[in-house]
Design a binder for this molecule. Structure first.
Ligand code: ZN
Length: 274
């Protein structure tokens, strides 16, 4: 089972939680702790000096080189989110750094703070930019229609099979996060696909448990939940969330993939570059 860390995201601020890593050094430190515990993929967002999301490849480049120094062979997955900035040139700038993977939204979501708008044209252009650079897309799925879009784009040759999906459940305007919802999404994936799942906010632990039991992979981190315990509002650390996922996986009989095993599972050909 692959554990993916999503340490930062675009939304959590220092005001929300002192535990969110913002600077390249902080992001690399949290990633390293997670890597030592068993995380083999890291999903990165960059922030500027004020803590706001930035698309600048210089900042991403800094984060990536610090992480590669400390975490040999870890799989780097960058975000191409258009949630704060829809400009396609900005969104694809980070791809020139040739990460292993990059997120690719398969449709629109009405988040509570700001919407994520992804037209067919934008999705196709980002997919082509990833294909040209040998970057494997991580297809971000918020509801079943997104899976239809992925199947259509694979049929049209924009996405290469086998596809890898990240299923995100429990945001406002998103697929709810019951077991049946995850089961329905997983059943709808094309045969031969790989998938991981993440529950947002209060749904984090139950979706982690469901994904472990269903044979999927798991994404966790402060991007998805600032709380370790939603009921008591105990704040999470990235380390604590990864520790919990590892503990749950072991209790339920799943082995944790090393970065090399994760590369094989995901069909990544290129080795990590320095
Ligand atoms: Zn993200």
């Amino acid at each position: 089972m692959i554990i993916q860390l999503a340490p930062t995201g675009m939304i959590p601020s220092r005001g929300d939680t002192p535990n969110v890593p913002i600077t390249p050094e902080e992001i690399a430190k949290d990633t390293n702790e997670a890597y030592r515990l068993g995380a083999s993929v890291v999903h990165l967002h960059a922030r500027d000096g004020e803590g706001r999301p930035t698309y600048l490849k210089e900042v991403y480049g800094n984060i990536i080189s610090l992480i590669r120094e400390k975490c040999p062979n870890i799989i780097i997955c960058v975000s191409t989110s258009g949630r704060m900035d829809m400009d396609i040139g900005h969104r694809s700038e980070v791809l020139s750094l040739r990460p292993d993977m990059a997120s690719l939204m398969m449709g629109h979501v009405n988040f509570s703070i700001n919407p994520s708008i992804n037209t067919m044209d934008t999705i196709r252009r980002l997919a082509c930019a990833m294909n040209d650079r040998g970057i494997k897309p991580e297809l971000e799925i918020f509801e079943p229609g997104f899976i239809n879009t992925a199947k259509y784009l694979a049929r049209k040759g924009y996405l290469k099979t086998p596809l890898h999906f990240n299923l995100l459940l429990g945001s406002l305007g998103d697929m709810p996060a019951d077991f049946r919802d995850l089961a329905y999404l997983v059943e709808s994936l094309p045969p031969g696909s790989t998938w991981s799942a993440a529950g947002i906010g209060r749904f984090q632990t139950q979706i982690t448990a469901a994904a472990i039991l269903m044979g999927g992979h798991v994404r966790t981190g402060i991007e998805d939940s600032i709380y370790y315990n939603y009921e008591t509002r105990e704040l999470a650390t990235n380390k604590g969330l990864v520790e919990r996922a590892v503990r749950m996986a072991h209790e339920l009989g799943r082995d944790i993939a090393t970065p090399a095993e994760a590369r094989e599972i995901l069909g990544l050909e290129r080795k990590a570059q320095k």
